[in-house]
Write a protein that binds this ligand. Structure first.
Ligand SMILES: Cc1cc2nc3c(=O)[nH]c(=O)nc-3n(C[C@H](O)[C@H](O)[C@H](O)COP(=O)(O)O)c2cc1C
Length: 409
């Protein structure tokens, strides 16, 4: 039987994508001391390109080295990084794989020890358990906002020059662009705040700047929250409104996710049982969104079975299947599913029982990032790796990295 997962898809800009599998962004934190991609990154992305995904989206790449989300993020803010990006692009686009760079600025979602002070649309600190780990924010000035917009454009220009076939703007998960979209986090009184028209201006200007600084039919995607799942946060209605504008502007693909450090819905935490029956967390919303927009959509979060993915395509709820954690434990997932060797990827919650760690989903990302490093070292993944070893390894590594960063400044 022909699976719809292996049908080609052509974007409006003419880009042909060989199947419906997209590897969603996973921060690797594997850069060298100059925040450039290293051999581990090249090997990891080559493995994914060999594994059969139609598009591979990189982990978030920072547009400004003074604003990192985590130590060892890759930063693309000057020409010195170009040769490294070229190798990355060459190895990551093997087998007709599209490689898109996810561009991000963390805003106030950055940790103490990386910066002393973060920036945000408004000086409103994060709440909850995560607040004790993150740096307090100050409000961005108008000129600084314009500068950050330019940075997004410049990073995209370098990505295209190096051979990446597209970029994705990270407007989800509570980072800077998502902070601008949120009425809870953006309480500015100027043109960058207020109603949704003002709050989405930053995202639209970032998109326009990237279009300006890139040439031809470069693919530009956006990742956005369906909602923030916070009191007085960004809502589904606002998401639909912004998506309508993104379509008009010419965005090539929209990825739907949800949540933030304060409320990590993207990892499946707090997701309703009725939603879990549908496997992917944001499918119901995607169907609602489809009634208002007519551009390609990718839904990420929760897909685990071939039948669940096939049903999502059959019912036209989404055009693409976004997968993150499954690609960390099964990098060759598309090929394996094509050959009927894998029907399901088992993903279990990574929980310690320590509330401050579990509620913020910190271990959820470090455990998977450790698997990425193993792949980058040419080792096998370890699906049964103990969460306690993982936690210990993370503390040792991050303690050391933060210390190095402090010394470097
Ligand atoms: C280790 C790890 C790192 C992540 N880093 C990013 C990132 O850099 N950018 C992003 O948009 N999402 C990131 N995510 C979220 C994923 O892209 C995805 O939205 C989420 O894991 C849900 O998809 P899944 O159920 O297929 O894992 C990350 C997730 C994990 C597990």
């Amino acid at each position: 039987m022909n699976s719809p997962l292996f049908n080609e898809f052509t974007l409006k800009n003419g880009t042909v994508i060989k199947n419906r599998f997209i590897k969603a962004a996973m921060s690797e934190a594997l850069a060298n001391a100059q925040n450039q991609p290293s051999e581990k990154i090249f090997k990891l992305y080559e493995k994914w390109a060999d594994g059969g995904a139609g598009v591979v989206i990189s982990g978030h790449v920072m547009v400004d080295r003074s604003a990192l989300a985590e130590p060892r993020n890759i930063v693309v803010d000057n020409e010195a990084v170009l040769p490294f990006l070229e190798t990355w692009a060459k190895r990551g686009t093997k087998n007709n794989t599209h490689l898109w760079m996810q561009l991000n600025h963390p805003g106030k979602q950055t940790f103490k020890g990386i910066v002393d002070e973060s920036v945000a649309p408004s000086a409103i600190p994060l709440e909850g358990d995560i607040s004790r780990f993150v740096a307090p924010p100050r409000e961005l000035r108008h000129e600084e906002i314009l500068k950050i917009i330019q940075r997004f454009g410049y990073s995209a220009k370098l990505a295209q020059k190096a051979g990446f076939t597209g970029v994705q703007i990270h407007a989800a998960h509570g980072y800077l662009i998502s902070q601008f979209l949120s009425p809870r986090h953006n309480q500015r009184k100027d043109e960058w705040g207020g109603d949704i028209k003002g709050r989405m201006k930053f995202l639209l200007e970032v998109y326009r700047e990237i279009r300006n600084q890139t040439i031809g039919d470069f693919s530009i995607a956006v990742k956005m929250n369906s909602a923030d799942f916070m009191k007085a946060g960004f809502t589904e209605e606002e998401c639909i409104y912004v998506a309508e504008h993104l379509e008009k502007e010419g965005v090539d693909l929209l990825e739907i996710s949800g949540g933030s450090y304060e409320s990590p819905q993207m990892t499946g935490r707090n997701v309703k049982e009725s939603t879990k029956k549908r496997e992917a967390y944001f499918l119901d919303f995607a169907e609602k969104l489809r009634l208002s927009v007519n551009f390609p959509i990718m839904v990420t979060g929760g897909f685990r079975t071939k039948t669940g993915m096939e049903e999502a395509i059959h019912t036209n709820a989404t055009d693409f299947i976004g997968l993150a954690r499954p690609f960390a434990v099964c990098p060759e997932l598309p090929n394996q599913m094509k050959q009927n060797k894998v029907q399901k990827v088992e993903i279990t919650p990574k929980q310690t029982g320590i509330r401050a760690i579990d509620d913020s989903s910190l271990l959820e990302s470090t455990w998977y990032a450790q698997q990425l490093e193993r792949i980058g070292l040419g080792k096998h993944v370890r699906p049964n790796y103990s969460i306690w070893f993982s936690l210990f390894q993370a503390i040792i590594k991050n303690g050391k990295e933060v210390f190095q960063l402090r010394r470097a400044r």
